[in-house]
Ligand binder design. Sequence first.
Ligand code: LMR
Length: 332
Amino acid sequence: MTQSITRTLTLLGASLALAFSASAFAKPIVVKFSHVVADGTPKGQGAIKFKELAEAALPGKVDVQIFPNSQLFGDAKEMEALLLGDVQIIAPSLSKFDRYTKQLQLFDLPFLFDDMAAVDRFQHSAAGQALLDSMTNRGLQGLAYWHNGMKQLATNKDKLTVPADVKGLKFRVQASDVLEAQFRALDANPQKMAFGEVYQALQTGVVDGQENTWSNMHSQKFHEVQKTIANTNHGVIDYMVVTNSKWWDGLPDDVRSGLADAMKQATTYANNLAAELNERDHQRIIDANKARVQPMSKEDIAVWREAMAPVWKKFEKDIGPDLIQAALDSNQ
Ligand code: LMR
């Protein structure tokens, strides 16, 4: 009797020791998060917050590594890297999913949303949330939308008031057919280009202009190589944080739910910060006094809106009229 109790206790001790050492030596799951912008931008700050929250919620279980500024890949490569499992999370702008779904082209329609509050309302709507699952058949799972802000139009010319001012100019665009069509509607020449190459292209005159948010322009010093930035608010740059669906579905349940929770909190944080960072960088660009910031009146904007309107017709069928209507309904 005593012998069998001793044997049982010994066995129990041995298996506990084994379990303990296995967990003590279990390696954390590496979560590589790659993106193309600087740490000080809304997306950069969101990624840092996600790392803090995820590692605090899952101590020893995850190691979140952030690679900002196209350190690992430029935006042409990061989607493939995600699908190959070389990184686990990326957050491309909504303009960069052309090849995976036509529905997200919605976000590039010029003058679709009145402001960021409307963008936010749409993203929280049933139609907006459904888009997070629109690429699962391609192996991509959307986890969240992150805000950056409204786009401004900039060139290396002194005058930028009416659409005729950009006629014949070369513009860098993100990898989006809608944005390409937008500049063609203005009789300008769009050129798709990775974000990391834009500064040099502007500096050397490969392109004359570009469109982006205040925070992206300031962090890349675009205002130092542009003459005029018109305050057009003609479109939006926001992100979908995406993961490889196979990797995500294969995670242990506690890790997946811990990461999902950290993502939810990081999203609230990043989205509350985005407007503040864009306002800050708008002011910094004005104060730097390198590019002139051109205010636009309602009447000026109406002319640009009309010039860009043909783009809607061209993409309406691919995007879906119902989805466009749902987005329009979020303007109040
Ligand atoms: C761009 O390519 O201009 C942006 O999408 C970059 C970014 O990720 O904000």
